[in-house]
Design a protein around this ligand. Structure first.
Ligand code: AMP
Ligand code: ZN
Length: 476
């Protein structure tokens, strides 16, 4: 491995640590995936922009890797403690639809979000419901020494493993949000391994088990799928900061019970901070929340959202606003404009990468993925007249590899957002605009206005004097 040594902040030790892979031939990473009872909101997607930056950085630095993002299609209750209803069952009841088709629909939508954000496809995207037999087997193995039965299921006794909750680092149960709890639990932190269906009730998703017909507890799936696809000890486990308090300590407890050792599963636990929204549009349960589709419908390119995320460090809270997003989109357009200019001046010859700029990029991302520091380096590189256009384009490839902004392929046309029902094509628009320019040059303003009106009727907004040279757009 060359370049700056990689350092990540490890939530387990609460400090930055040098990253040394367990197996340099295969870095293994597990990311808690979405609960597919609804579309992912923009905050959820921040978690995967973060993991994508992580895997891109590791890959760019030369390590092959295996990345798992699971799909939670069973078990996640409306409260992360064991209270409330299963989110999937509740969504099925509320919509009157079949739970399996709900899961499929939102899983596909999530995959589309990943594609739109230029997030690399993970090596595995396992479904929790495909692993219920393995979850039951795990439960059977730990039940004797670590669990107890209650009428509504099998519960994990968190006092049977060393150091329960050291990841969260909060001893106070109230701070854990565990006031809402299940009757009969020995300790407020104890959690369900299996949830037995109450007599007289049925769930759309349920399986037979030694603890009755029912469904697995939510935390179990991640221990089981991480161990299955990555082995009992792997390199990095990621999730949003909310998971540091309950879900991940519970995974660690299950791992410790399973191996009868102090092992936590992953060497590094990394958590992204939240995307927040003052108007409360970042909660799936509210039903009215911000999705990537909504952003695209408002005329934004999805990579503008990616850039907005990269402008903040993943461990800092980031406030969503349309103004921030618009600013990111302008920055993206400026870069695309610059890259198109460079391309026009290279006529296809290949250039050499600039070691100086790659060193700066490496220094930034190797320091716990400091993307806000990498972006000004990109600015400086693109406008560095001392580098030939071909050399700048060659150097851009590294920035694209790490930051995933796809500037090398982007065209202005791609950054124009086209409403689904627009029928006019780009060539027609360009031809009409050329006619309009000719009309204006000839001072034939009625003709020029008529063309503008015709374009407007087709949803095309003509932007005279746009400083970035974007002379039209299709507003959503
Ligand atoms: P969920 O679909 O609720 O299981 O969450 C999927 C991922 O999004 C998890 O890693 C969460 O920790 C993360 N997450 C949830 N809300 C936010 C938010 N507002 N900002 C950033 N990440 C979030
Ligand atoms: Zn998980």
């Amino acid at each position: 491995m060359t370049g700056t040594p990689l350092t990540f902040y490890n939530s387990l030790t609460r400090r930055p640590e040098p990253f040394v892979p367990l197996d340099p031939g295969n870095v293994r990473i597990y990311s808690c995936g979405p609960t597919v009872y609804h579309y992912a909101h923009l905050g959820n997607l921040r978690a995967y922009v973060f993991t994508d930056t992580l895997t891109r950085t590791i890959a760019w630095k030369g390590w092959p890797l295996t990345h798992v993002i699971n799909i939670t299609d069973v078990g996640h209750l409306t409260s992360d403690t064991d209270a409330g209803d299963d989110k999937m069952e509740a969504a099925a009841r509320a919509s009157g639809r079949d739970i399996w088709s709900i899961a499929r629909h939102y899983t596909d939508a999530f995959k589309q979000n990943l594609t739109d954000l230029n997030i690399r496809t993970p090596t595995h995207m396992p479904l929790a419901t495909d692993h219920v037999a393995e979850m039951i087997a795990w439960g059977e193995q730990i039940a004797g020494r670590h669990c107890y039965r209650l009428a509504d299921g099998l519960y994990f006794d968190t006092t049977t493993v060393p150091d329960y909750g050291r990841l969260a680092g909060v001893a106070d149960d109230a701070a854990h949000g565990r006031i809402e709890t299940v009757a009969g639990k020995r300790h407020p932190q104890d959690f369900a391994i299996w949830r037995t269906t109450p007599p007289g009730e049925t769930r759309q998703m349920e399986w037979d088990s030694p603890w009755g017909r029912g469904a697995p507890g939510w935390h179990l799936e991640c221990s089981v799928m991480a161990a299955k696809y990555l082995g009992p000890a792997f390199d990095i486990h990621t999730g949003g900061i909310d998971h540091r308090e309950i879900h991940h300590p519970n995974e660690i407890a299950q791992n410790q019970a399973h191996c009868e050792c102090g092992d936590t599963g992953a060497n590094f636990w990394m958590h992204n901070n939240f995307l927040v929204d003052r108007t409360g549009k970042m909660s799936k349960s509210s039903g009215d929340f911000l999705t990537l589709t909504r952003l695209i419908e408002r005329g934004f390119h999805p990579l503008s959202y990616r850039l907005m995320c990269l402008q903040a460090h993943y461990r800092s809270e980031l406030e969503f606003s349309w103004e921030n997003l618009a600013a990111a989109q302008v920055r993206l357009k400026r870069w695309v404009h610059a890259v198109e200019g460079l391309r026009a001046r290279t006529a296809g010859e290949s250039g050499a990468t600039s070691a100086a700029y790659l060193t700066q990029l490496d220094a930034a991302v190797s320091d716990d993925l400091a993307t806000p520091r990498a972006l000004p380096v990109l600015d400086a590189m693109l406008s560095d007249k001392k580098l030939s256009p071909a050399d700048r384009l060659a150097t851009l490839d590294a920035f694209d590899a790490v930051l995933g902004l796809a500037l090398g392929e982007a065209t202005r046309a791609a950054l124009r957002v086209r409403p689904a029902d627009a029928t006019i094509d780009d060539a027609t628009i360009e031809a009409r605009l050329a006619e309009r320019r000719a009309a204006r040059a000839a001072k034939d303003f009625p003709r020029s206005d008529a063309i503008r009106d015709e374009l407007a009727a087709n949803g095309v907004e003509v932007m005279d004097g746009d400083p970035l040279g974007w002379d039209w757009k299709l507003p959503a």
